[in-house]
Design a protein around this ligand. Structure first.
Ligand SMILES: [Zn+2]
Length: 142
């Protein structure tokens, strides 16, 4: 991502009055490098490898701003810290209830869910999340 930071990300930040600070950029790079859906602590440890002086609170703040402007998405499964995701195309993630591993579920349409909910409630829908849990292949064998 270095040198080719998505203009869309900068634009989304700018529209909400933010800029792409070096901390936010480092957090985005960490998210891009870590496959899957890291927790804030995992993002922090990855950013820390490059910038040993970074504070956990700084990483939390960057994650919260990036989520607020819609560049990343957070997901919360039961008994698990929030996990962050750079893939904003509507998709489903499944979490293993035994080992905590998270994988994307390919091939399932989720795109219509928010429209369907809007059509059926007078609420202004701001977020619709589907929680999927299961037992991963490794844990099934264990
Ligand atoms: Zn598992």
């Amino acid at each position: 991502m270095r040198g080719s930071v998505d203009n869309g990300i900068k634009e989304k930040l700018r529209r909400s009055g933010y800029t792409l600070t070096s901390q936010r950029r480092a957090v985005l790079e960490a998210l891009k490098e870590s496959k899957g859906h890291p927790s804030a602590e995992e993002v922090y440890l990855r950013v820390k490898q490059r910038n040993p002086r970074v504070a956990l609170g700084t990483v939390y703040q960057a994650l919260s701003v990036l989520e607020e402007v819609g560049v990343i998405e957070s997901k919360r499964w039961s008994e698990s810290p929030a996990r962050y995701d750079l893939n904003l195309d509507p998709h489903l993630d499944i979490r293993c209830v035994r080992c905590g591993r998270v994988d994307e579920v390919p091939g399932v349409e989720r795109g219509g869910l928010e429209e369907e909910i809007r059509a059926n409630t007078p609420y202004e829908v701001t977020k619709a999340a589907v929680l999927v849990e299961g037992v991963c292949p490794q844990c099934q064998r264990a």
